[in-house]
Ligand binder design. Structure first.
Ligand code: NAP
Length: 488
């Protein structure tokens, strides 16, 4: 496929995200020869810089984030694509100048406008872009998260953008969708005969989806305190991991067929009543432990904050494939390990118990820090006699494909330039996810109790262990899945 000739207009070009992620991602795509040589990048933001000053800033702040494959020569050819133009979102005349710059160039196939700014700028930016014709069919608009802080604000942002752009021009970022190890669930499930027949309630006892961080809130205390773990991780990334795990086979790989199936999963999540929230969710907050500070001692976090830094939810998907299977979702900061993983625990098979004991198989799909699929089962114990011991088969995704593995943002930016929407959230998906999360947010906000404290650096609050124990389950790290006789 030929590479489209693009104009990439980066709003928030001087910001942290642009410097740490977006420019390095564009550099990597450039260095790998994956961008049309005539494609151009135009940075815009308030700062009154000229192009040379902007490039000096990019050199100082962005280049250091390019960890792999850096070459002086390629950096020089990359920066030759870049221009900078000051623009204040509140000044319509700045948009007229932007349109002049864009229109001065001929032969462009598509114009990508990436709004890497606070969401309060989305509505005025879209309005002013439309006023100067920068919403034509060949324009794609990319929206960074957070897209709202609740259902109402999310609907408002979507409605504001939809006044000027059609849905098929809107690319809503969730960088987890750029992770190839998450995308890999589609071929893993639907290109292999040995997974799909057992990927259902007849064989699977429970599913665990975890995003765990070892870091605390660092310098982002003010932002985090207004956000919390549920909004920061569950409503978006964990729901997306759930969708790829639970969706039915899409009719095709088209963006809408994939997004239709994801939407069905989110819509089938059983709504939680206030009583369900009390019973099936746990919110926690890290407390000081050893040399590690507690959350309320962090910079710019109010002393009595009740914001959750940990969330665990027992969810259920009301479809023929999954009815009755608990999906345990959890995320937290300052935990003992950093990981993003999906664990499928299979039901024990009593018919094998007389021979080898009753074993529970497990599939572990790890998105980070490594990208692997591990099948946990049992093999013959070496030596005489016939007994079985635990063993695992490892599929290392980084080595399975003989190609450079790109970071999530690079993949997503290439998808936007190529005009493929499958890895971006559609409006209905996003709003449905908020709808499911809202009763939890509301019940937690109304609950005068403090979140469950957990020691910084631990596995989370004890209450989250009990959430699984009452159903005879345990978090994967506490359950090695041994052979048992009798079968329980
Ligand atoms: P940031 O460092 O505060 O940068 C904000 C950018 O917006 C700057 O380039 C700033 O330009 C520009 N800006 C501010 N007011 C403006 C105006 N009136 N007109 C035009 N431009 C204006 O923010 P960030 O961390 O890059 O984040 C950008 C967005 O991405 C936010 O919505 C954030 O929540 C989201 N996000 C960030 C990260 C991350 O890791 N940083 C991750 C995920 C999502 P000047 O500097 O020239 O004033």
């Amino acid at each position: 496929m030929s590479q489209p000739n693009f104009d990439f207009i980066l709003f928030g070009a001087t910001g942290d995200l642009a410097m740490r992620k977006l420019l390095p991602a564009l550099y990597q795509a450039h260095a790998a020869g994956l961008l049309n040589p005539n494609g151009r990048i135009l940075g815009v933001s308030r700062s009154p810089l000229d192009t040379a000053q902007y490039l000096a800033k990019a050199e100082a702040e962005s280049r250091i984030h390019i960890k792999q494959n850096f070459s002086e020569e390629k950096w020089a050819s990359f920066t030759a694509r870049i221009r900078y133009q000051p623009l204040d979102v509140s000044r319509p005349e700045d948009f007229a100048r932007l349109a002049d710059t864009v229109n001065a160039r001929e032969g462009t196939d598509c114009i990508v406008i990436y709004l890497s700014t606070a969401p309060k700028f989305f509505a005025p930016a879209c309005e002013h872009l439309a006023a100067v014709g920068l919403n034509a069919p060949n324009v794609r608009i990319v929206l960074e998260k957070p897209l709202g802080t609740d259902l109402e604000s999310s609907r408002e942002i979507n409605a504001d953008v939809a006044r000027h752009f059609r849905e098929n021009q809107i690319y809503r970022i969730d960088h987890y969708l750029g992770k190839e190890s998450l995308q890999n669930l589609l071929p893993l499930r639907f290109a292999n005969v040995f997974f799909e027949p057992v990927w259902n309630r007849d064989y699977i006892k429970s599913v665990q989806i975890t995003i765990a961080e070892t870091l605390g809130v660092e310098e982002r205390g003010e932002f985090y305190d207004a956000t919390g773990a549920l909004r920061d991780m569950v409503q978006n990334h964990i729901v997306q991991m759930l969708c790829f795990t639970a969706m039915e086979r899409p009719k095709s790989l088209s963006a809408d067929d994939i997004r239709d199936e994801k939407l069905k999963v989110i819509a089938a999540l059983k709504p939680l009543s206030a009583a369900d929230v009390a019973r099936y969710t746990v919110r926690g907050q890290y407390a000081a432990s050893g040399s590690l500070k507690g959350y309320t001692q962090e910079h710019k976090v109010p002393a009595g904050s009740r914001t959750e830094t940990y969330a665990a939810i027992r969810a259920e998907i009301d479809t023929p494939r999954w009815a009755g299977v608990p999906f345990y979702l959890r995320t937290g900061k300052r935990l003992s390990r950093r990981t993003a993983e999906i664990v499928l625990d299979f039901k024990r098979q009593p018919e094998n118990a007389a021979l080898f004991g009753c074993g529970a198989n497990r599939i572990v799909i790890t998105l980070q820090p490594d990208e692997t699929v591990r099948l946990k089962g049992f093999v013959k114990q070496a030596g005489s006699g016939m007994s079985a011991i635990s063993a695992e088969m490892l599929l290392d995704l980084e080595h399975a494909a003989d190609a450079r593995r790109a970071e999530a943002y690079e993949i997503l930016l290439r998808e936007v330039i190529d005009g493929r929407l499958a890895l971006f959230n559609r409006r209905d998906e996003l709003e449905q996810a908020w709808q499911w999360v809202m009763p939890i947010l509301d019940a937690w906000a109304a609950d005068p109790a403090a979140p469950h404290p957990y020691p910084a650096g631990s596995n989370g609050p004890e209450a989250a262990e009990k959430l699984l124990a009452e159903n005879g389950d345990a978090w994967a790290e506490n359950d090695a899945g041994s052979l048992k006789t009798p079968c329980r």
